[in-house]
Design a binder for this molecule. Structure first.
Ligand SMILES: Nc1ncnc2c1ncn2[C@@H]1O[C@H](COP(=O)(O)OP(=O)(O)OP(=O)(O)O)[C@@H](O)[C@H]1O
Ligand SMILES: [Mg+2]
Length: 304
């Protein structure tokens, strides 16, 4: 069976080129092929046009997509000359095309922003849709000017809450740290209110040190098998009495993280019914460095 590819979505934007360079480096580190994908949105049906007109329109779109694909492939080649690179322009909406591409891909990489939207938009709709509905891990790379290229040094951070998606995040983070030779910082937070199938208010007179000890065990259990599988990775364990987003952002800034890894959702699934939890969503909006959103793969065993 051929190796799964790292897919990068390109739309001619500078963000997508940052994403492409990040994806190329990852493909080089993991020894995987890179697949550069551009989705050409079909002409809205309500515009009156002849068949010949529609065909000319589609040909022009494909031409443009082909140009952006070649531009991205050249950037990728500059970062990782040894990797196998394929480019494809597919007719369809970017969400649909990329969600379909995510099936069977090792990873989908996108820019936070694309060529659309308005200036102040923090994260574009395609990036959000993939983080929420992609079927493989998705990395969203910030940066819209040549000067804000993503960092390529510093620790990898992973947010751990013991949920199935956070188990997937831990696996992804260990691999990312291992191939980079980077330190891994595992962050687990707790607050006075905990969710374990039902909201439970911890007794107000609980000894914070006792609670912290229990939470340290939760973190240790979540990491147990992975440290054996990746003995090369130096792991720092942090347990904080804080909200997860705040703790992860503060730690990422303090250490100059090159990547934050989280699960697509935590224990709150039953509460919101949404595809992505609030921590993952907030990090996509506010993290300075690339954010990886991992999810359990139904066909793969997540534990080491
Ligand atoms: N047509 C496309 N084909 C392939 N990848 C795309 C396409 N459009 C966007 N992407 C990918 O998604 C990333 C984010 O772009 P997105 O479209 O979400 O933001 P935007 O254009 O700024 O805002 P919006 O389109 O929501 O108004 C891009 O950097 C690129 O990686
Ligand atoms: Mg767009």
């Amino acid at each position: 069976m051929s190796r799964p590819a790292i897919v990068v979505g390109v739309d001619g934007s500078l963000s997508a080129l940052h994403a492409t360079r990040w994806a190329a480096r990852e493909a080089g580190l993991r020894g995987l092929p890179l697949r550069v994908v551009h989705a050409c949105p079909p002409l809205a049906i309500q515009h009156p046009t002849t068949l010949a007109g529609q065909q000319a329109y589609l040909a022009a779109l494909r031409d443009q997509g082909g140009h952006w694909g070649r531009e991205a492939a050249a950037e990728a080649r500059g970062v990782a000359p040894e990797i196998e690179i394929g480019t494809v322009s597919r007719v369809g909406g970017a969400h649909e095309v990329l969600i379909e591409e995510s099936r069977g891909a090792a990873l989908v990489v996108l820019g936070t922003r694309g060529s659309g939207g308005f200036d102040e938009l923090a994260v574009g709709s395609v990036a959000l849709a993939l983080a929420e509905h992609g079927t493989c891990p998705v990395v969203v790379v910030r940066g819209r000017t040549p000067a804000d290229a993503p960092p390529d040094a510093g620790p990898v951070l992973v947010g751990v809450d013991g949920s199935p998606a956070s188990v997937a995040a831990v696996g992804f983070a260990f691999q990312a740290a291992s191939v980079r030779g980077a330190e891994l910082i595992a962050v687990h937070t707790w607050t006075e209110v905990s969710f374990d199938g039902a909201w439970t208010a911890l007794p107000l007179d609980a000894d914070p040190e006792e609670v912290a000890e229990r939470e340290r065990r939760v973190l240790a259990e979540a990491l147990a098998g992975w440290t054996d599988k990746h003995p090369d990775v130096a792991v720092t364990r942090l347990v904080r009495r804080d909200r997860p987003v705040r703790a992860l952002l503060a730690e990422a800034e303090r250490v100059g993280a090159q990547l934050i890894v989280v699960g697509s959702r935590g224990h709150g699934e039953a509460m919101t019914g949404m595809g992505m939890g609030s921590t993952s969503r907030a990090l996509l909006y506010h993290a300075e460095c690339p954010v990886a959103v991992a999810r359990p793969d139904p066909d793969r065993k997540e534990n080491p």
